[in-house]
Design a protein around this ligand. Structure first.
Ligand code: SAM
Length: 200
């Protein structure tokens, strides 16, 4: 059973193992491959939440790990996640309630049916890759297809291209297909898995 006092909250943001305990066992087992590591979430959120009041959207938010870590360290910003799998969305909602986080929220649905215009900054952890490698997918509950990878990637590229100059975008484990030419790479991790972009 989880305590929801601030002592517990602070302690759980010190390692991936501590944080992941907020999820059921099955979700903890998926963490290494599918959910953002604590250090990556912390660095990404610091870049994306660059001024108070920033609204950040995680495209494919899974169980909400990136958003909840970002919201904890940046109480002046707002973290939103859109997730197509209802089960994962419900785990994210539950974790938000346990943590009593007012500056994180989750939406269940496909990002292509969603208006991204109201957000300032965007986070993307290679959400469409499972269409290229279904054997590494989260589950077998969606239809996998390389055509969907192409469709979603182009769709996201269009959305990002329409954002205003100065928009911040973080990609993790991405091949860069969804990043329009209008974005400039401004920082990256040594292994180049984490990339930080700003629209010109
Ligand atoms: C690699 S996980 C990342 C989860 C989360 N962003 C994190 O960093 O912990 C990618 C997630 O994107 C979701 N996803 C993939 N395509 C999507 C789409 N078209 N619309 C909404 N969610 C999508 C998947 O269901 C999966 O939960």
């Amino acid at each position: 059973m989880f305590m929801s006092d601030s002592r517990f909250n602070t302690q759980m943001f010190t390692s991936d193992d501590s944080f992941d305990q907020i999820y059921p066992q099955g979700m903890q087992q998926l963490s290494k491959r599918h959910w953002t590591p604590l250090q990556i979430a912390t660095a990404s959120a610091a870049f994306l939440a660059h001024k108070p009041g920033t609204r950040i959207l995680d495209i494919g938010s899974g169980v909400g790990k990136f958003c909840l870590i970002g919201a904890h360290f940046h109480p002046d910003s707002y973290f939103y996640g859109i997730e197509q799998r209802k089960e994962l969305y419900l785990y994210a909602r539950n974790a938000k309630e346990v943590l009593k986080m007012d500056n994180a929220d989750f939406i269940c649905g496909n990002f292509t049916r969603f208006n991204a215009g109201q957000y300032d900054s965007f986070y993307f952890y290679n959400s469409f890759f499972e269409h290229l490698k279904p054997e590494d997918g989260i589950d077998q509950q969606i239809d996998y297809s390389p055509d969907l990878y192409d469709y979603y990637t182009c769709y996201l590229q269009d959305i990002m291209d329409q954002r205003v100059s100065g928009t911040r975008f973080v990609t993790y484990y991405s091949m860069g297909d969804e990043v329009p030419d209008s974005y400039q790479l401004v920082d990256a991790s040594d292994d180049m898995l984490l990339k930080m972009w700003i629209k010109r």
